[in-house]
Design a protein around this ligand. Structure first.
Ligand code: PFF
Length: 466
């Protein structure tokens, strides 16, 4: 067992709890929701549903959230709160505590690396949203048809300088917050912004109900057309369950490290999972009816889906200029509160172990994400035809992180907490839960989650490449 001296320093030489803590359980809920609700819900979920033919994919996704996402999220928060450090040092501390092989530290490393890789392309897409704020406000989409909206989006993708400009601005914004520490500012901002985002989504929902083909949209999302589902799609749904809940990459573990000692983890995680799923479904219901009302937009249009269908809606809505730019401000803010949690675990590690301060840590990591992100920028124009195993650079980064690294890290976490850690240690950290809740959770985490991840992962990879 790792010894701790008075200052909270472990035998591995790292300090526990140096980054401060959330003011309350509620601040944790908001911060974790801020991390979870992002581009994954509003941009990615609808377009991958579209690419995978609708309802059956949605069902698989919901099953993954319930049987894999929520149980693993509880495990991550629990690990973080016990370790009270960056994911890398948390895992080091916990393996030392249990006298285990150092290979388990790979969980921390894999997660932190995946986070930075995701940040690289996340910033590019968030940059599109930033650009759209101005486009909306300037009236570029006023009265636009689906064809016109598609052309405007196409022109943006072709223009790499504009893409790099907005990608840079978004990364600078992200670093600015993380330099200042997550506890202040962010908690407050998220508490105001998340409800606003929700209200705006509702307004869009009403618009799509009135002006879109709502019935077809609803059918597409909720009727289970199994023929459309493939094993690749199932793997994508699983990967997305991790992505959307910010799991498998240390973000939630890092946030768990700042959680108050006696906050109930179970119900907290359920709240975050519920809000996250609700936002994704409402986004789908706001987007697809508009898509089906405009034959020029394909449900399988890919990453551009939201950037074409929503401007069409806004451009033809009273007050659309205002609502539209406001909407993209909020998408940006949702992305912002997520991006912060993508870089924070690595920042925390550099500060704890490598003698960086928050400024130098952010600048170095931000620069790395920026350089790798250029690959994604170019994959939408100059490198659009360059493919590795059928993927563009952006698609490859997305696949590697969401469909490979996150499920793998999640699998290791489930095995570590379910099978390797001493049950007493786990129980001690979750002592606020009733026996029934605790033992059901542990059972699912031991048997259901790992098996599901393993089967889907192996079959999905097999079908993707062979
Ligand atoms: N959950 C975020 C979203 O759905 O957009 C993305 C994300 C944030 C993934 C933070 C991972 C993470 F650590």
């Amino acid at each position: 067992m790792a010894e701790q001296d008075q200052s909270g320093t472990t035998t591995s030489g790292t300090k526990r709890g140096v980054h401060g803590a959330w003011a309350s359980r509620w601040t944790f809920v908001m911060a974790a929701t801020g991390s979870a609700v992002g581009l994954g819900n509003i941009w990615k979920f609808p377009y991958i549903v579209g690419e995978n033919g609708g309802g059956a994919f949605v069902l698989v996704y919901l099953v993954c959230i319930l049987l894999v996402g929520i149980p693993i999220m509880v495990a991550e928060v629990m690990l973080g709160r016990r370790g009270r450090q960056s994911p890398i040092n948390t895992m080091r501390y916990l393996t030392e505590e249990a006298g285990l092989h150092g290979a388990w530290n790979a969980i921390g490393w894999l997660g932190v690396t995946a986070g930075l890789m995701i940040l690289s392309y996340y910033a590019v897409i968030a940059g599109w949203a930033l650009h759209y704020v101005g486009q909306m406000a300037s009236g570029a989409f006023q009265g636009a048809s689906a064809e016109q909206a598609g052309a405007i989006f196409g022109n943006l993708l072709a223009d790499k300088n504009t893409l790099i400009y907005w990608q840079t601005i978004f990364l600078l914004l992200t670093m600015a917050i993380v330099i200042g520490g997550v506890t202040k500012g962010l908690g407050v901002a998220v508490r105001i912004l998340m409800p606003m985002l929700f209200v705006l989504l509702m307004i869009l929902l009403v618009f799509s109900y009135k002006h879109g083909d709502f019935e077809r949209g609803l059918n597409f999302l909720f009727s289970f057309n199994y023929q459309a589902l493939t094993w690749e799609g199932v793997l994508e749904a699983l990967g997305h369950a991790f992505f959307t809940l910010s799991l498998g990459m240390g973000a939630i573990m890092a946030y768990g490290a700042y959680m108050p000692e006696h906050a109930r983890i179970g119900r907290t995680v359920l709240a975050v999972g519920f809000i996250d799923t609700a936002v994704a479904l409402v986004a789908g219901l706001a987007i697809f009816p508009i898509v089906f009302a405009n034959p020029a937009i394909e449900p399988g249009a890919g990453p551009g889906l939201m950037f074409v269908s929503l401007p069409v809606a806004f451009g033809n809505m009273t007050g659309g200029l205002l609502f539209g730019s406001f909407f993209f401000v909020l998408v940006t803010l949702a992305a912002w509160s997520s991006a912060i949690s993508l870089i924070e675990p690595a920042v925390a590690y550099l500060v704890e172990s490598k003698g960086f301060n928050r400024i130098t840590a952010n600048l170095s990591l931000g620069l790395m994400a920026w350089v790798v992100g250029l690959g994604s920028v170019l994959s939408f124009n100059e490198w659009a035809d360059t493919r590795v195993a059928g993927f563009t650079f952006f698609e490859f980064m997305d696949f590697l992180t969401s469909s490979v690294m996150l499920p793998l890290t999640g699998l290791f976490i489930a095995i570590f907490v379910g099978w390797i850690m001493k049950p007493d240690t786990v129980r001690e950290e979750l002592d606020d839960e009733s026996n029934r809740v605790f033992f059901s959770w542990r059972w699912v985490l031991r048997f259901v989650s790992p098996l599901l991840v393993l089967v889907v992962f192996v079959l999905g990879l097999y079908k993707t490449f062979w």
